[in-house]
Design a protein around this ligand. Structure first.
Ligand code: SAH
Ligand code: DHB
Ligand code: MG
Length: 226
């Protein structure tokens, strides 16, 4: 099936997305620097852009920068005066991302913060102007629930939290899965099921990255006052 999924992704790129030299450059530069090619697909990047536009997002938070591919898509969608804060553990990834953001013309809009995301999120919680309209969680998978809970404190009513890689070839629904990533995504779903302030769904996706999916969650109520 993968072959036809990839053909359709190519078709979508050629018809709806068009040539995108800045994103193509980001992929090339990331590959040249030896970064793993695990960024979102072009069609998924467009989805992130569309969601941010639909929200008229002014402040976006990303957890897991890599070479800045998804970050470019998000930064482009920002309203005037907006910013993207993106968290990355690896200094080498952050350096590639900063260069890619600058080359894409969004360098001024993006604040790349280096360090473990739990620490960066805790630091953000103490800052002024720390309310985000949209959060994209796409870092080390076992920490996903922790990032989701920390992000909620930086959200307001109507904020959108998007989580990548939640389906993982269907392992999400395998009760006996012993894969730490799959278990983490089940833990995320189980916790959300108990949280009345979150309305969520998971979208299954196929494409050039195989069979996976994203969870979309809307926060209802100001968590920072809880
Ligand atoms: N969002 C990117 C892909 C991110 S890949 C895109 O689609 O373009 C996951 C990234 O999370 C990697 O760069 C990895 O170094 C980073 N990461 C892993 N553990 C982390 C942690 N504890 N804190 C912050 N970032 C982390
Ligand atoms: C992989 C894909 C991702 O989107 C990610 O964030 C991490 C890993 C992968 O295909 O291995
Ligand atoms: Mg991902």
């Amino acid at each position: 099936m993968n072959e036809i999924w990839t053909s359709v992704d190519t078709y979508i790129e050629q018809t709806l997305l068009g040539d995108d030299p800045a994103l193509q450059n980001a992929v090339r530069a990331s590959e040249a620097a030896g970064l793993p090619a695990i960024q979102v697909s072009a069609a998924q990047g467009r989805l992130l852009f569309l969601l941010a536009r639909m929200l008229r997002a002014r402040n976006i938070l990303e957890i897991g920068t890599l070479g800045g591919y998804s970050g470019i898509c998000l930064a482009r969608a920002l309203r005037r005066g907006g910013r993207l804060v993106t968290l990355e553990l690896e200094p080498a990834h952050a350096a590639v991302a900063r260069a890619n953001f600058a080359a894409a013309g969004v360098g001024e809009l993006v604040d790349v913060r280096i360090g473990p995301a739990t620490a960066s999120l805790a630091a953000l919680a103490t800052e002024p102007d720390n309310s985000f309209d949209m959060v994209f969680i796409d870092a080390d998978k076992p920490s996903t629930l922790e990032y989701f809970q920390q992000s909620m404190r930086l959200c307001h009513e109507g904020s959108l939290i998007v989580v990548d890689n939640v389906v993982r070839r269907g392992t999400l629904a395998e009760a006996g899965a012993d894969d730490a990533n799959a278990l983490a995504m089940r833990q995320l779903h189980d916790w959300i099921a108990t949280e009345p302030r979150i309305a969520a769904t998971t979208i299954q996706m196929v494409g050039s990255k195989g069979y996976d999916g994203m969870l979309l969650a809307v926060v209802d109520g100001d968590r920072r006052t809880q």
